[in-house]
Design a protein around this ligand. Structure first.
Ligand code: AKG
Ligand code: FE2
Length: 387
């Protein structure tokens, strides 16, 4: 049974409908186009400084929600990051997404990738490919990152995607649907609990009863290693320190140790791989709407430890978006009004407006240069770009 047609609009129907979602491998995997299983690289054996990140076990969602709300509260007010386990998505389904991701990079010819190049500067959109060398890291060193992005509201028709990816598009759609319902929706409900909002309030800002849905980005991403020379110039940095632009980001944990979080003591620490877990953080927009009670935390990607340094690093990401054209005002929560602060003094940017502005300028525009980070001014705010 396909789940892609399940439509969910009201919080009351969440629990009833969750039971209809395929949380494990599809019952008809034989109908799926063949792909070899993705072979995950071995975890690092080196000791590095790990970030202390809390874990939310979603299998307790129905039985111990108050405990989960408490954990999400600590995680988002202190670190901005947490792991999610017990989400019910089978590890084979997660593996399959990495296998499809490889197709996007290794089975699509360069000319076809060029044809699907994202209109980043023109439209502030990553739809399609962001190819290598588009961004500057620092001192003239260009990035070694390629990504392919699906947009939730523009996945159809299948033929808009590169030929090699087309057979897998129905699965991508189904996976994105599942992750929205099983992970995003429940996490948003927990954040409602943290902020004292009525359950379902934040979900409604992501998908309303009319079926208007945020234009989430679903991304496959691959990092090629930096050369020794490049790494020396960037201090090992492969992706500059940034906050995400959206509401909530989810990445599937993978073994190559490279993602670092700037912890409250101003030290970058590594995010440790947890098999089958998802790593969640909030982006600018959720942070702003919370009056910055919830932290949009700085993170970056650096060259992995010695035993993984020459490996390519494949990633799978879901960047959830609020619905379009919502002003980034404070949420109607007593806690936000009392403990948060007004973020925008002048004109308040909209959800998709903020996203597009950040996509357009990231990695390409001239900012105010600083020792540790450069500063970009958007709507009167100082946005930091660590290098
Ligand atoms: O590759 C990663 O682990 C993080 C990537 C990231 O932060 C992003 O794409 O916003
Ligand atoms: Fe990020």
């Amino acid at each position: 049974m396909s789940t892609a047609t399940t439509t969910l609009t009201t919080p009351e129907t969440l629990e009833a409908n969750l039971s209809h979602l395929s949380l494990s491998a599809s019952p008809t995997p034989s109908k799926r186009p063949y792909l070899p299983r993705w072979k995950a690289p071995p975890p690092t054996k080196q000791e590095v400084e790990w970030a202390d990140i809390l874990t939310v076990d979603l299998s307790l969602y129905d039985t111990d929600k108050p405990k989960l709300i408490e954990t999400v509260q600590t995680a988002l007010q202190r670190d901005g990051f947490f792991y999610v386990v017990g989400h019910g998505i089978d590890t084979e389904e997660l593996n399959r997404q990495f296998a499809i991701g490889e197709v996007a990079f290794d089975q699509v010819p360069r000319e076809e990738k060029e044809m699907h190049r994202a209109q980043i500067k023109e439209k502030g959109s990553f739809m399609g490919y962001k190819l290598q060398n588009y961004w500057e890291i620092t001192q003239g060193v260009r990035d070694r990152i390629e990504h392919y992005n699906f947009y939730n509201n523009s996945i159809d028709p299948v033929t808009r995607h590169p030929t090699a990816l087309q057979p897998f598009v129905p699965e991508v759609k189904e996976f994105l649907h599942t992750i929205r319902q099983v992970v995003l929706r429940r996490v948003l409900n927990l954040i409602d609990g943290v902020l004292g909002l009525k359950e379902g309030y934040l979900w409604e800002l992501h998908e309303n009863a009319k079926g208007e849905t945020g234009d989430d980005v679903f991304r496959y991403m691959i990092y090629d290693p930096l050369s020794g020379e490049e790494a020396k110039k960037t201090n090992g940095v492969m992706l500059n320190g940034h906050t995400d632009f959206n509401s909530i980001s989810t990445l599937i944990s993978q073994p190559i140790t490279a993602l670092q979080v700037l912890m409250p003591d101003n030290i970058w620490r590594y995010v440790k791989h947890k098999d089958g877990a998802l790593v969640i953080n909030i982006g600018d927009q959720m942070s702003f709407m919370s009056g910055e009670i919830l932290k949009g935390t700085m993170h970056r990607v650096v060259s992995p430890p010695e035993d993984q340094r020459t490996l390519r690093r494949l990633g799978v990401f879901h960047f959830a978006q609020f619905r379009n054209n919502l002003p980034l005002n404070l949420l109607p929560s007593k806690k936000v009004q009392e403990e948060g602060h007004v973020v925008f003094e002048g004109e308040v940017p909209t959800t998709n407006g903020w996203e597009a502005t950040r996509v357009k300028s990231y990695g390409t525009s001239e900012f105010i240069k600083g020792e540790e980070y450069d500063i970009e001014v958007i709507a009167g705010l100082h946005v930091r770009h660590y290098h």
